[in-house]
Design a protein around this ligand. Structure first.
Ligand SMILES: [Zn+2]
Length: 113
């Protein structure tokens, strides 16, 4: 069968994926697939869809595949914790100046958030 942009074949590579931190295997697949504009930011637990041609993404509140409400994003909490370490502007702090847990999803997993 010849691939045709007007009648593309769906891909089903997600079926075998372990959902991990995601709500379902489709989401796990989407964030792992470079050809799809779906992002996951573990540090602040955000899922989003990339704007075309830009670095920004639009936050997802529900999973487009399984319909579950996604856990709340932790951007404000991350901000607060970095401020408590004495950094006046957390967005300007380089990763290497932060404790290792705050550079990844470890801080919120350890806190049970
Ligand atoms: Zn899902």
């Amino acid at each position: 069968m010849i691939a045709d942009r007007n009648h593309p074949e769906p891909r089903y590579r997600d079926m075998e994926m372990d959902p991990g931190d995601h709500c379902c295997s489709q989401m796990a697949y989407a964030v792992s697939e470079d050809d799809l504009p779906v992002r996951y930011k573990p540090k602040t637990r955000e899922w989003g869809i990339d704007y075309l041609g830009g670095p920004s993404y639009y936050l997802l509140e529900y999973c487009p595949w399984c319909g579950k409400k996604l856990p709340s994003d932790l951007t404000e909490e991350w901000y607060r914790r970095v401020e408590q370490l004495g950094h006046e502007d957390p967005w300007l702090v380089e990763d290497e100046d932060l404790p290792e847990a705050l550079r990844s999803d470890r801080w919120w997993k350890e806190a049970g958030l």
